[in-house]
Design a protein. Sequence first.
Length: 424
Amino acid sequence: MHSLLLVITLKFILLLRFPATKSLAGVTLHRYGQDTLDVFRAFERSSVKYEKCLVDIEFLRTCRDADLVPVFLQFKLSSRRLRCSSETLRARRRLLAVEIKARERDSQRLKEQVAAHCTRLKAIVRRIDFVYYARVIERTCNLSRAKASAIHERKLLNLRAHQRMDNSRLDPESVITNLSSYSLSDVEKRALAKGLNFTLPPPKLKKGQFLSSFEMLFADLSRCQFSGNQDESQYFRKKLAEIAFSSFYKFNNTRHDLLNIPKEEFRALKELSKNSEIVILKPDKGSGIVILNRSDYIDKMMDIIGDTTKFKLAANQDVYAISGTIETHVRNYLRVHVKNPGLISEDQYTELYPNGSHIGVMYGLPKVHKRGNPMRPICSAVGTATYQLGKFVAKIIQPTAINSHGTDLKSQRYFSVCQPASRS
């Protein structure tokens, strides 16, 4: 209570000595003169330069640790081969180390200047006034540091994007298997060589889709055992909501360029996405990209589905009715045979309860390592009425489904165990 009263008193005194209706420069000039104002401004300038120098050093060290080359070291050379050579990279690293040492010397010099200006200002003004001057300078330094840090964050984002572009020098012929009649241009090959895991930064985030991921995270965490009380749980929920909304509005209020792909490759990907004559897939084994004629893909998949020994045409062709029927059966089974007997908790029942499900989806992956490139059918059950139930059962039976002998049937240990007993 005493400390709180002291803080309030100090703020009141500072407000009287430095009223909001008058400028700081005017009050200082009237009370102490031009020399004191010059000392204060020098103290402020040196403090801001010192903080900015520390941010610059942090940026350069990050570049050094991540093996990034700042723009001021990306000097022009005659050819790309020379620009990416090991000699050029070593020279840039040495220059970056020299720049870091130079900035460290500058920071030490600025630190001494700040200390000298601080001592001089403290000697010529009253102690209560010095407290106010120090707060003003600290606030100015914080703003300058935040601004410089934001600039360096954008620089690091650009440098990392350009580094990914420079490192993506894969041979398109080793990545792409073109089985279609469509002829790819060089730009399209370079764009596709980045792989199917390559993504573009979205210009804007969708609010519902973005915030729902945080809601799902909180729901998953709520099912875990929490050692805190109810107030701590509500505080955590509030902080999670603040992070979600602040990150959403910060991203959407910032202009985002296509930093990780050249514009001509971006246009090539857009044109390929509009081409309805081809399909772009990943192979059945390994990584890469396979391009097929859409007609060939459909014919091969229809041959698989047409095998009556493995597939049967449903009498009811209404996919929504089929999905609703299966969903109703799963709900009734969970409620009557699982939840009511007390085999699962209420939270588990809520997690397994199907709602808004759909039927499964089948697609094919080409087997490029086999003659004729047959398709491997994949039946995806994600989002079906039995998907969550299947995951739940899989966790239960997994410990009993482990093969203690491994998969190497030719191992000596396996045959020694499986060898029949000799007859005496």
